[in-house]
Each structure stands twice: as structure tokens, then as C-alpha cells.
Design a protein around this ligand. Structure first.
Ligand SMILES: *Cc1c(COP(=O)(O)O)cnc(C)c1O
Length: 433
């Protein structure tokens, strides 16, 4: 794998990727490709990107040895790459900074973006505020209802949020609407895509910006592993959740030449891989074209994109980045599924054993690490990309646990106590412990 050079000049990862866009977008895509080719190796561009990551995002993000969790599971040592500690609380900002820097150099004063849960929308609005760029975010009206705190965050940051009423009123419809806006406004507008999808050069460019996650890990792991009594200088496996696949590509890519490290992508199995209610494009989809590239798509026999489901809005996407499709086919990466219930259990487990509240997306990767660790030796290791923090999800988790999130009058004057099992229970003051 030491000669891994993907994609080719035209953005193909084997039979996947490429650029399937209308003629009206060809010019914009060419312009973007040329700009990225020009700045990608430009020392000033790279130096500015690194400065932004250090001073605005707070990188490098630490690698943390989850010792208590590892000990309880009784197998491999589990390490977490703490993308949740980034400014704005997830890995998404690594990419929005890179693309916004390009927008400035290309003289585009207006930025558009699509968003599902609102995480990419917030990360885009954040960098637009910092750079003084106009920001318009397309968001399905269903998602707007489900994710109101992020809608308000974007507004606070000065962005305009446009509700999308077409289709299922969710992420894939927002993406279509953003592409339509781009066609109409190519001259002054830069489209910041939030994951490793879309037409070439997006999958490559987003991967490159996110690769900082894996590059830092390669440097950080040898010392962490030595201190934990592990013999290998790099982890036995790297795990990440896969929605569109950007945090996974970011941590996987620098590890591709390291044959001793398994790469495991965890998709949302929702109510089960055979329930028809999941978002596991790589495991239950088939090759097709979606949003400008060829990849695995969840579709019916007529090529209609099917409805997806996941407890975590960030994984609820019917496609996946084309490079994952390629890594799956050549066998360099494996893809597995974790259900809503397993992810929720892992969410609670990490909260209670390590004092870290993970995003529900990231909880999918944690859940698979919890299954895998006991099958390995104590001197082996797993590195999990903790893609984001779970503050955005506590309302969802409270609803699922039937907990009284807002502490209505019935719970006032009572001590709030967590038990060893969900749901979290309320205990009357003075009651025997
Ligand atoms: C958006 C998001 C994801 C999924 O997106 P990828 O492109 O697959 O990384 C995962 N985790 C968090 C915290 C997110 O916000």
C-alpha cells in the first residue's frame, strides 16, 4: 500500500468518484479544481492553514488513553482521538477552514453550505463570521425542527438559514438545493461541502483537510502506546464512524500505508441492517451516482434513493464518500454496522467510565470498539476517532430515556442522580441511598 495514490487526475478512485455535474456547473468545478491544485502545495497556504488549526481550532487534539474503560472490558487498550475538543465541538471545522481560505483566495464573497444536523452549518457559519464572508445554509425543514439549537447558533453567527421543503426535507434535499443555488450564483459563490462526497475535487480536498487527524495520530501514538505497555508503535486498528465519511477518511488516510493497522468504518445500522431502517450505504447499498459522484448508494430497484434512518442525524445519509467505496472493494478497510441501541449504550458507557459525553455519531465507533476490545490481548490497541462532543445530543438522549430534561416542577427540590443503568433516575432528597 506504500504506493497508494488516489484519486487519478479526473478524481476517480477505481470505478468510483469522478464528476457527474450539469454543464452549468462544469465551469465552477473546473475553477475550483484549478484553485485547489494551485494552493494545495503552496507554502503560504499550508502555513496559514496550520496557524488557523493551532490558534482557532486548538490543535493538535489530544490522544487520550481510556484506561478505565479498557480495564473494564478486559482486552485491547482503547485510545480516543479527541476531535470533540476542537472549537465548535467536532472535526467538521478542520474542513470548513480550508475551504473558506480557498474561497477568499478565489475572491468569492458569498459562501453556501448544506447541513443535516446543523454541525456543518455551524462550522461554516463560524469561519464565515471570522472571515467576514456572507453565509447561506440550506437545511431541510424536518431537520430544522429536530435541531433548533443549531439553527439558532447559525443565526447568532450571522448566517442565513434557508428551509428546504422538497423531498424528505432532510440532508440529501438540502444538498440538491445548495447545488441549485451554486448553478445560479457561480460567479460570486463558493460551495463548502461538509463531507468527502460531491463531484471531484471535493472528496479529495475534504480528505486532505481532514487528514490532519491521522497525521497527528501517527506522531502521537508511539509514545502513548509505549507508556501503556503496548509493543507495536501504531494501533492494531483505527475505528471511525461513517456518515459521508470525512472523519473516517481523515484518520484513515495517513494509515493506509501501515499494513499492520486495520481500518474499520462503522456505519449506522439503525434498527438493524436487515430492518430497512438504517444508513449503511456500504453494507446494504449498491453502486450508483449521487450528488455528483459514483459511489455506494441506498437505492431501490429503479435507482430511487431510499429513506434512511439513524439515531444520529450526522450519519443519516444515503450515500458515502467514493474513496470508502474503493477502500472497501480493494479490502484495505472493513465496514461494520452498529445499531441505534448499541450506540446509545456506548454513549452512556463512555459518559460513566471516562467522564466524556460523546456525540451519538462517534458513539457508533465507540460501540464497535467495545465489542472488539475483549477479543484482543491487553498489549494490543484500538484508536477511535471521537469525532465530536455530545452536548448537541443530550435532548435526544433524554427523550429516549424518558428523562425530565427541563426539570419541570415535579423534579424541583429533588437531587438528580445517575445510576449504573439508563435511564437516569431522580432521587428524593433525604431518601436512603
Ligand atoms: C457530521 C458528523 C459526522 C459524520 O460525518 P462524516 O463526514 O462521516 O465524518 C460524524 N461525527 C460528528 C460529530 C459529526 O458532526
Amino acid at each position: 500500500m506504500s504506493s497508494y495514490q488516489q484519486p487519478d487526475q479526473r478524481g476517480h478512485f477505481g470505478p468510483y468518484g469522478g464528476s457527474f455535474v450539469s454543464e452549468t456547473l462544469t465551469h465552477a468545478i473546473n475553477e475550483l479544481r484549478e484553485a485547489y491544485a494551485r494552493y494545495q502545495h503552496d507554502p503560504d497556504f499550508i502555513a496559514e492553514f496550520q496557524r488557523e488549526l493551532a490558534h482557532f481550532v486548538g490543535r493538535p487534539s489530544p490522544v487520550y488513553h481510556a484506561e478505565r474503560m479498557s480495564r473494564e472490558l478486559g482486552g485491547a487498550q482503547i485510545f480516543l482521538k479527541r476531535e470533540d475538543l476542537n472549537h465548535t465541538g467536532a472535526h467538521k471545522v478542520n474542513n470548513t477552514i480550508g475551504q473558506a481560505m480557498l474561497a477568499r483566495r478565489m475572491g468569492k464573497p458569498r459562501v453556501i453550505a448544506e447541513t443535516g444536523a446543523g454541525q456543518h452549518g455551524v462550522a461554516t457559519a463560524t469561519i464565515c463570521a471570522r472571515y467576514g464572508l456572507e453565509c447561506v445554509v440550506y437545511m431541510g425543514s424536518e431537520d430544522i425542527k429536530r435541531q433548533s439549537p443549531n439553527v439558532y447558533r447559525m443565526k447568532l453567527l450571522g448566517a442565513t438559514v434557508v428551509p428546504v421543503e422538497s423531498g424528505s426535507k432532510t440532508l440529501k434535499d438540502a444538498l440538491n438545493e445548495a447545488l441549485r443555488d451554486w448553478v445560479a450564483n457561480v460567479d460570486n459563490t463558493f460551495y463548502i461541502i461538509g463531507t468527502v462526497a460531491g463531484p471531484h475535487p471535493y472528496p479529495m480536498m475534504v480528505r486532505d483537510f481532514q487528514s490532519v487527524i491521522g497525521q497527528e495520530s501517527l506522531v502521537q501514538m508511539p509514545e502513548m502506546l509505549a507508556r501503556a505497555g503496548c509493543h507495536a508503535p501504531q494501533p492494531d486498528a483505527v475505528l471511525a464512524c461513517v456518515g459521508g465519511g470525512s472523519n473516517a477518511m481523515g484518520i484513515f488516510h495517513p494509515y493506509i500505508p501501515h499494513a499492520g493497522t486495520r481500518l474499520i468504518g462503522v456505519e449506522a445500522a439503525g434498527l438493524g441492517l436487515d430492518s430497512g431502517k438504517h444508513s449503511a450505504s456500504l453494507q446494504r447499498g449498491s453502486p450508483g451516482v449521487l450528488h455528483g459522484n459514483r459511489t455506494y448508494v441506498l437505492q431501490d430497484d429503479n435507482g430511487q434513493v431510499t429513506e434512511t434512518h439513524s439515531i444520529s442525524a450526522g450519519l443519516d445519509y444515503p450515500g458515502v464518500g467514493p474513496e470508502h467505496a474503493y477502500l472497501k472493494d480493494i479490502g484495505r478497510a472493513e465496514y461494520v454496522g452498529v445499531t441505534d441501541d448499541q450506540a446509545l449504550a456506548a454513549f452512556h458507557h463512555l459518559c460513566r467510565t471516562e467522564g466524556i459525553i460523546p456525540a451519538l455519531e462517534s458513539s457508533h465507533a465507540i460501540a464497535y470498539a467495545m465489542q472488539l476490545a475483549p477479543t484482543l490481548r491487553r498489549d494490543q490497541s484500538l484508536l477511535v476517532c471521537l469525532s465530536g462532543r455530545g452536548d448537541k445530543d443530550i435532548g435526544t438522549v433524554a427523550d429516549l430515556s424518558h428523562a425530565d430534561f427541563y426539570c419541570r416542577p415535579s423534579c424541583q427540590g429533588q437531587a438528580v442522580k445517575g445510576g449504573s443503568d439508563q435511564p437516569i433516575t431522580l432521587v428524593r432528597a433525604g431518601a436512603a441511598a
